[in-house]
Design a protein around this ligand. Structure first.
Ligand code: MSP
Length: 500
């Protein structure tokens, strides 16, 4: 039987600068979900990449004195290198300058154009280049008579030019229906967009730019003097990567199970604009849109323009490993709310959870198996109580992950580790005449937890499996008390304690 498919995407990021922890947050969350679904045995396709066209990139490249292509080549490689450091297990890294993407954009837009859903007009409005977005009255803020972007606090530019428009207004009902169908998680974000549509309606949007102003983009197939608006170009990446217009079977297989992970800043584009474009292409809306809040730094969204960025390198250095960084980002993730990056909170969780609960348990069990049993631990009678906890934890974790409760799932896995620590304290294998059954059960708890944690901390899981002599399994096969024998080569200190 064909394996169930699972398609997961991150936003494709603007490579105008190196990624920061805001980008890492989304990407790690998506990676955790991708890896988790692989553990469930699914055929996962995980997509990330860079959004390389548009005025922002054009200007940044000009500022650096290089061509946009040279600039994005260099920057997209930097994104890749960070995702490597963070062990992001993507199946494709898409770039909107990739030839298959350019082709997809032309194909999709020609289709929409031929349906009469695109017309010529004049656009007038206030534009923020950092957002690549027009702001209407009520959306921007005004200070000393200057109109400012509400996110970047930078002056908006007045733009008045010929443009082609997409008839979004004809798709209001379709978009509303999709929003009401429960695909947006958490539902508060669907309500937010619905509220806005009710208030303003769905207006037609400008989807091209005159080439003389924005040359760095994909040419409109019906008018060579225009380039496609970067957001329309970018959204279509989700179709390119799974073979839209080239491989129908593959496309259908993955499109039916697509999960987009995004930050709430790009919610409007991923609902109003995206759902309408999909309907124009006669495609169903995504299966799920997973929306998370911002990482704030002292109460303000982290962004280069504002200058309050915590870098990925800072985090890697502070917490010592990419697994620790991944753990902490997932541990404090919230979809409903913003999260304020608090170094004390992160350090305390690192010390209490990773170093003490997990690290100590692993080390204690390993040291005792080596000291008491010469490193060889065989299967012995199962402790019913610990086995029950392990089963319950696994069951609950699967349910939580199925509902994208990533942080709660992590906490639940740690319940098993806490329980195993308590079990060791109670049973005192260091005093026991026959310590093997106690150590076997404690080790089984380590194995079951570690195997689930492989989605969050893949290096740690692989390393432990190697030095303790077990194999990481699919979740279906993962049963407490079923591993035959362990060979402990060394008892590692997984996470060194951090000082304040
Ligand atoms: N290029 C567009 C996305 C196109 S997708 C078809 C874009 N790029 S971006 O580089 O600005 O990245 C935005 C995304 O990065 C957010 O939606 C979010 O996922 C992540 N984050 C960037 N800063 C963030 C925070 N401070 N906090 C949390 N996530 C943030 O928009």
């Amino acid at each position: 039987m064909a394996r169930e498919a699972f398609y997961i995407t991150t936003p494709i990021y603007y490579p105008n600068d190196r990624p920061h922890i805001g980008h890492a947050y989304t990407t790690v969350l998506a990676d955790v979900l991708a890896r988790w679904n692989r553990l469930l045995g699914k055929d996962v396709f995980f997509l990330t990449g860079t959004d390389e066209h548009g005025l922002k990139l054009q200007r940044t490249a000009e500022k650096h004195g290089v061509s946009p292509k040279e600039f994005v080549d260099k920057m997209s490689a930097i994104f890749k290198s960070y995702w490597e450091k963070l062990q992001i297990s993507y199946n494709r890294f898409i770039r909107t300058t990739d030839p298959d993407h350019v082709e997809t954009v032309k194909l999709a837009l020609s289709k929409i154009y031929s349906k009469g859903l695109i017309y010529k007009g004049v656009y007038k409005g206030w534009y923020c280049t950092s957002c690549e977005k027009f702001y209407s009255e009520g959306e921007y803020i005004e200070k000393d008579g200057v109109k400012l972007c509400p996110l970047h606090l930078k002056p908006l530019e007045w733009v008045e030019e010929e443009s082609y428009f997409l008839k979004l207004s004809e798709y209001e009902d379709t978009v509303v229906r999709a929003l009401e169908s429960g695909i947006v998680y958490p539902p508060q974000y669907a309500r937010e967009v619905l509220g806005r549509i009710r208030k303003e309606g769905l207006r037609d949007v400008s989807i091209t730019r005159p080439k003389e102003r924005v040359y760095w983009g994909i040419e409109a197939p019906w008018d060579k003097s225009h380039t496609i608006y970067v957001w329309v170009d970018a959204l279509l990446n989700y179709l390119t990567a799974i073979g839209y217009g080239r491989d129908e079977d593959r496309f259908k297989r993955y499109w039916s199970v697509v999960h987009h992970v995004i930050g709430k800043d790009i919610l409007w584009f991923h609902t109003a604009l995206w759902f309408a474009i999909l309907a124009m292409l006669e495609l169903p809306p995504p299966r799920r849109l997973l929306v998370h809040g911002f990482i704030l730094c002292r109460g303000v969204k982290m962004s280069k323009t504002i200058g309050n960025i915590v870098s990925i390198d800072d985090l890697l250095e502070t917490y010592g490993s990419s697994d620790a960084v991944r753990y902490l980002l997932a541990r404090f993730s919230t979809f409903e709310k913003d999260m304020d990056y608090d170094p004390d909170l992160f350090r305390n969780a690192y010390n209490a959870e990773l170093a003490d609960t997990y690290g100590n348990l692993v080390r204690r069990v390993g040291v005792l198996v080596r000291r008491k049993l010469g490193g060889v631990l065989r299967r012995r009678e199962v402790d019913e109580e610990l086995a029950r906890v392990a089963d319950e934890v696994k069951h609950d974790t699967m349910k939580l992950m199925d509902r994208y409760r990533v942080s709660e799932a992590l906490v639940r896995i740690f319940d098993l580790l806490r329980e195993a620590n308590a079990y060791l304290n109670r049973k005192e294998p260091w005093r026991a005449e026959d310590p093997e059954p106690i150590l076997y059960n404690a080790m089984e708890a380590v194995r079951v937890a570690t195997n689930m944690l492989a989605a969050f901390m893949p290096s740690t899981a692989a390393r432990l499996a190697d030095v303790y002599g077990f194999r990481l399994l699919g979740l279906e096969e993962l049963v407490f008390g079923s591993w035959e024998s362990y060979r402990v080569k060394e008892a590692p200190i997984l996470f060194k304690k951090l000082r304040a």
